[in-house]
Design a protein around this ligand. Structure first.
Ligand SMILES: C[S@@+](CC[C@H](N)C(=O)[O-])C[C@H]1O[C@@H](n2cnc3c(N)ncnc32)[C@H](O)[C@@H]1O
Length: 278
């Protein structure tokens, strides 16, 4: 486990992922029933964008720093959550998915986090000290399967791996298949990087073959040209997205595309059903 999210916190992929996570939870919260939010690859929870790791890559410059200086009201919830971890209204600190999720928690909701890297798990416990979140330090896939179905009828699992292991996609496919059998109506969000188009199509074919009835894909391509093998953007698989979320999605995606488009590129972002149609 070499991956450290502190090098990448607040990059363009984080803005899309965290912006959509907030929208998903808000859509689920249109009903008063309690939710359980489960984060299988939680990371540190809070990142110092002035720290050595973030400064070395400068990735936040092309992500959160653009989003906070933008005025589109559709990104207000995202910006409010970033400001919530900065007492002075600045942007030194960036909330990871656990803090974004904790920020939208209602009294009846539960948040269960998991992080395997011992150092990051320690940092995570510190970052979540003032929240009701439970923190585990287990293998993500074993944890995911053990946590579903949760105690509440409704909830969401967030799966955000680093993809440094060659079998990461195979483990996701197998665990998703098993988890769907245990909890067919649960919402699941899986983040993935967009690199090689052919490999990505193969994986999507394997996921389609699982026969999960409501399976949405969101893809964000940063550049207008094809750059095989390098990082071209990122996407989310969203299983069982709530109707209110899919209805609100097109203008939110457009707001994200505009704010994150690299210099000289329009970029492309869209949602498609891998199976089902809402
Ligand atoms: C992309 S980062 C998570 C970022 C976080 N979800 C966010 O949005 O702020 C992936 C995390 O997964 C952890 N990780 C990698 N393999 C794991 C595994 N098998 N089980 C649990 N955690 C793992 C890494 O240590 C890293 O902190």
């Amino acid at each position: 486990m070499n991956y450290r999210h502190s090098f990448h916190a607040g990059n363009s992929a984080d803005v899309v992922k965290h912006g959509l996570l907030i929208a998903l939870v808000h859509a689920l919260q249109q009903k008063p029933g309690a939710l359980t939010l489960i984060d299988t690859h939680a990371g540190c929870g809070l990142y110092d964008l002035e720290g050595e790791h973030a400064q070395r890559t400068g990735e936040a410059m092309h992500g959160v720093l653009r989003a906070v200086s933008d005025a589109n009201p559709l990104l207000d919830d995202y910006r409010t959550a970033v400001r919530a971890v900065n007492d002075d209204g600045g942007t030194r600190f960036y909330p990871g998915s656990p803090r974004f999720l904790a920020d939208v928690l209602r009294p009846q909701d539960a948040l269960i986090l998991n992080e395997k890297h011992p150092e990051d798990a320690d940092t995570l416990r510190g970052a979540m000290r003032d929240t009701p979140a439970a923190v585990h330090e287990r293998d993500a896939y074993e944890f995911w399967l053990a946590m579903v179905p949760p105690r509440t009828a409704r909830g969401m699992v967030v799966v955000d791996p680093p993809y440094e292991q060659t079998d990461e996609r195979a483990r996701i496919t197998a665990t998703l298949a098993a988890a769907s059998r245990k909890w067919g109506h649960g919402v699941t969000v899986i983040w993935y990087p967009l690199k090689d188009r052919a490999a990505h199509w193969r994986w999507k074919g394997q996921l389609r073959a699982l026969g999960i009835p409501k399976f949405l894909t969101v893809e964000h391509w940063l550049y207008d040209d094809d750059r095989p093998g390098s990082y071209n953007g990122a996407g989310l698989f969203i299983i069982n997205p709530p109707y209110a979320f899919t209805q609100a999605l097109p203008p939110l995606l457009e707001a994200l595309r505009v704010v994150l488009a690299p210099e000289g590129h329009r970029g492309e972002i869209g949602a498609d059903w891998l199976t089902g149609a809402g």
